[in-house]
Design a protein around this ligand. Structure first.
Ligand SMILES: C[S@@+](CC[C@H](N)C(=O)[O-])C[C@H]1O[C@@H](n2cnc3c(N)ncnc32)[C@H](O)[C@@H]1O
Length: 322
């Protein structure tokens, strides 16, 4: 992708020559810093005020979204879904701020930009397959500002507990508001978890301790993770975090678009770490049919960056000695 060119052309001021050169230089630096984290978000463009704005494809419309009210830089939405005759609904708070390039360079803010289609598809998949989470300890990693999959699992899939996490403190604050407003605080806890810190703690200790704020339990039977595979620097930490916290008989459901080679690189790293990895494209008939429809009708739909593939990670059975 040519993010450098994209940012330059969309944001350089049309004023004095010298001023333009300084601006271009600045944008080149910003673009370089952003490229690594936004490399696969080429449908985000930087607008006039250096804000991330237009996204051309945002949802598979699996859940109906109705705007309820505004609150500071946030908006409240009612998400509903009618699945096989059952009505599902949840209140979701979304951060509606436009992020500047500088803000995106701080701790990753991609989870505050929107609820990404992978999160939507993972949530939908869990509603269709509630037995996956039933009576199980569930952990969501990198859930962004909604943790929609974990929140809906908590509300409808009868898990024994749900822990919702992200590395971005603002995302987690937002998730806390969602949990509270939906009256789910008893069953659900929220915490800031950065994979590098978690993986380091897990590597150092066999008892799975973690950050100051979050004392990870020994193991989770289900780990959820949506659209988190494109962070090159964090990939191995994410694999190690999942490995450290996943119960021996647990399953990690990792959903993400391919985004170039990033999905494959993650899957390979997971296999290298000892996981059994099963990749599924057609995991749900409805999602698959919408994908085919979009392919035929929507020129902005690009499966490489928009279609979430499911990766199921399980641990190899330990063979007892002797
Ligand atoms: C593309 S967003 C996906 C968010 C959400 N799962 C969704 O699909 O709407 C990637 C998420 O990964 C989180 N993230 C990135 N690097 C991280 C790290 N090193 N540790 C923890 N979370 C991280 C970001 O804060 C962000 O919320």
């Amino acid at each position: 992708m040519t993010s450098e060119l994209l940012y330059e052309s969309s944001a350089a001021p049309r004023s004095e020559d010298g001023e333009r050169k300084v601006a271009q230089k600045r944008w080149r630096l910003l673009a370089r810093a952003l490229t690594r984290s936004l490399n696969f978000f080429e449908d985000e463009v930087l607008g006039k005020n250096e804000e991330i704005s237009a996204r051309r494809f945002t949802t598979f419309d699996l859940l109906h979204q109705v705007h309820l009210e505004n609150e500071d830089e946030c908006t409240w939405w009612l998400y509903t879904g009618l699945l096989e005759g059952e009505l599902y609904e949840v209140l979701v708070r979304r951060i509606s701020k436009c992020f500047t390039a500088n803000e995106l360079i701080g701790f990753n803010n991609t989870g505050n930009v929107c609820v990404w289609p992978s999160e939507e598809c993972l949530a939908y998949y869990l509603l269709k397959n509630p037995e996956i989470c039933r009576r199980r300890k569930v952990l969501e990693l990198g859930g962004g500002m909604s943790c929609l999959a974990g929140v809906l699992a908590a509300k409808y899939c009868e898990p024994s507990s749900v822990t919702l996490t992200d590395g971005n403190a603002r995302s987690v604050e937002n998730v806390r508001c969602i949990v509270e407003r939906n009256g789910m605080a008893g069953l659900t806890r929220c915490a800031v978890v950065q994979w590098a810190r978690a993986a380091k703690a897990l590597r150092q200790s066999s008892t799975a301790a973690c950050s100051q704020e979050f004392n990870g339990e020994a193991s989770y039977e289900v780990i959820l993770c949506a659209d988190c595979l494109f962070f090159d620097e964090a990939r191995l930490d994410l694999v190690d975090t999942i490995n450290g916290w996943l119960a021996d008989d647990g399953v990690a459901l990792v959903m993400a678009p391919r985004r170039g080679t990033t999905f494959r690189e993650f899957a390979e790293a997971a296999v290298q770490r000892g996981f059994i990895a099963r990749q599924v494209e057609s995991y749900d008939t409805e999602v698959w049919s919408r994908h085919l429809d979009l392919l035929a009708t929507n020129r902005d739909y690009c499966p490489d960056i928009h279609f979430p593939v499911l990766l199921e990670l399980t641990k190899q059975k330990k063979i007892p000695p002797g």
